[in-house]
Write a protein that binds this ligand. Structure first.
Ligand code: GRF
Length: 192
């Protein structure tokens, strides 16, 4: 039996963290068992920490504020990730720009709430909502040196509705994220 190990990085509420745990953690799908072996967060007030506690996911806090440079923070992040020896590292709402110290050492994927390469970076949902485009969407991509610029693994979009509110647009994004991120993890790990 093959067991694939996942490490999740997050910074906030952790709804995607919860979704991955619910859909994949200790689940066997087509003869592969997935295990969330650890989670790492850079903010001590992040609500997602409680999700780790509830599900007994080994958890590490690395506060970026306490490091003098992005490189020093990334070095510690890499060290802590490697301790878990994961098959893949998943950025699920991890709000940090990563340097090559990270990208050269860690195979990671990121979830982004837009149809990349459009609306890279912060406030993607709002910018995508306010744009002239008739569709919104979600992308999962490999993490590279370029912010939200790595190769795309999966991507899906939906039609904006007439007079749609930002809240309902956000809900639609979240719903797509919940479908797409576990699918992307399975896609990468099933043949690894
Ligand atoms: C998601 O919308 C993701 O696309 C973005 O950050 C958000 C994380 O939300 N990168 P949560 O912490 O998983 O609830």
């Amino acid at each position: 039996m093959s067991v694939k190990k996942i490490v999740i990085l997050f910074s906030g509420v952790g709804t995607n963290l919860q979704n991955i745990i619910s859909k994949l953690h200790k689940k066997k799908i087509h003869s592969v068992t997935y295990e969330v072996v650890g989670a790492i967060c850079n903010k001590k007030e992040a609500q997602g920490i409680n999700i780790c506690k509830k599900h007994h996911i080994p958890f590490t806090l690395i506060e970026h504020k306490t490091y003098n440079s992005r490189e020093e923070f990334d070095k510690e992040l890499v060290r802590q990730i490697q301790k878990f020896d994961p098959d893949i590292t998943v950025l699920a709402g991890f709000m940090r720009i990563l340097t090559s110290v990270f990208t050269k050492n860690i195979k990671a994927i990121n979830l982004h709430p837009s149809i990349l390469p459009l609306f890279k970076g912060e406030n993607a949902i709002q910018r995508s909502f306010e744009s002239d485009m008739k569709i919104g969407g979600v992308s999962v991509h490999f993490v590279s040196d370029e912010l939200d610029g790595g190769n795309i693994i999966l991507q899906e979009c939906f039609q904006k509705e007439e007079s749609q509110t930002l809240q309902s647009f956000q809900n639609k994004i979240k719903q797509l994220e919940f479908e797409l991120l576990p699918k992307a993890i399975i896609k990468i790990l099933k043949d690894k």
